[in-house]
Design a protein around this ligand. Structure first.
Ligand code: PEP
Length: 248
């Protein structure tokens, strides 16, 4: 079974609406005809201009977060129907920065995932260990625990259509990339965990990507691993280098 590769950018808290329009205009011809799915997850305020600027192209616009309630007194939050109405197709959930700075728990993420599926959004669920956990040799146990909590009660059909991003926290924004072997080992472990939780077909179909200091120099080696179906790109998604990663 062949899985279509996906390269998703995560702009984090970068780019104004005007910068968004200019960046997408330059990116369009560079990724036109790419063999991978191309996604750019932009700040909430950039969603509408990004969707307008990318209309008619192969660039899919995603969000970086979403609340699990439909509406209500949640100042500063964004609801699933707001994203869908704007034309968003996918949403990053559980990025380690949100887990750390916004205190997102696995329980909240489980609710967010269910809401995303209910609204037809494709979640990109992030998981990954700290340096301390890696040194303590509990990476596998920790990631299994994250997946079991985050995916509790979610059907195999939904899991088949989602994306799981393995993002070791020690590699995010640090310039220290996991080696292709390290990344493959954990992405393989994630696939095994999905097989244990669901079945072989689901494990074969779910797309598992790697994120953590991916750049144009290391992407090809990482993405050529059998269990790595693409990447989640932070810093390099803000540069023309992103197109090189998509086409690598
Ligand atoms: C990320 O924020 O998801 C990420 C992978 O960042 P970077 O590529 O900058 O390490």
């Amino acid at each position: 079974m062949s899985r279509k590769r996906i390269v998703a950018g995560n702009w984090k808290m970068n780019m104004t609406p005007a910068e968004t329009v200019a960046f997408i205009a330059k990116l369009k011809p560079e990724v036109d005809g790419a063999e991978t799915d191309v996604v750019m997850c932009v700040p909430a305020i950039d969603i509408v201009p990004a969707i307008t600027a990318s209309r008619g192209t192969n660039i899919v616009i995603g969000a970086q977060n979403m609340h699990y309630e439909e509406s209500g007194a949640y100042t500063g939050e964004i609801s699933p129907s707001m994203l869908v109405d704007a034309g968003v197709k996918c949403v990053i959930l559980g990025h380690s920065e949100r887990r750390e700075y916004n205190h997102e728990t696995d329980d909240m993420l489980n609710k967010k995932l269910k809401k995303a599926f209910e609204h037809g959004l494709t979640p990109i669920l992030c998981c990954g260990e700290t340096l301390k956990q890696r040194e303590m040799d509990i990476t596998g146990d920790f990631i299994r625990m994250q997946l079991k909590s985050d995916l509790a009660g979610i059907s195999e059909i939904d899991v088949q259509n989602m994306v799981i991003a393995y993002e070791p926290i020690w590699a995010i924004g640090t310039g220290e990339t996991a080696t292709a072997e390290q990344a493959e080992e954990v992405c393989g472990l994630i696939r095994n965990c999905i097989e244990e939780m669901y079945d072989e077909d689901t494990a074969e179909m779910v797309r598992i990507i790697y994120g953590g200091s991916v750049n144009a120099g290391n992407a090809a080696q990482l993405f050529s691993q059998p269990d790595i179906d693409g990447g989640l790109i932070g810093g390099a998604s803000l540069k023309p280098e992103f197109a090189k990663i998509v086409n690598c």
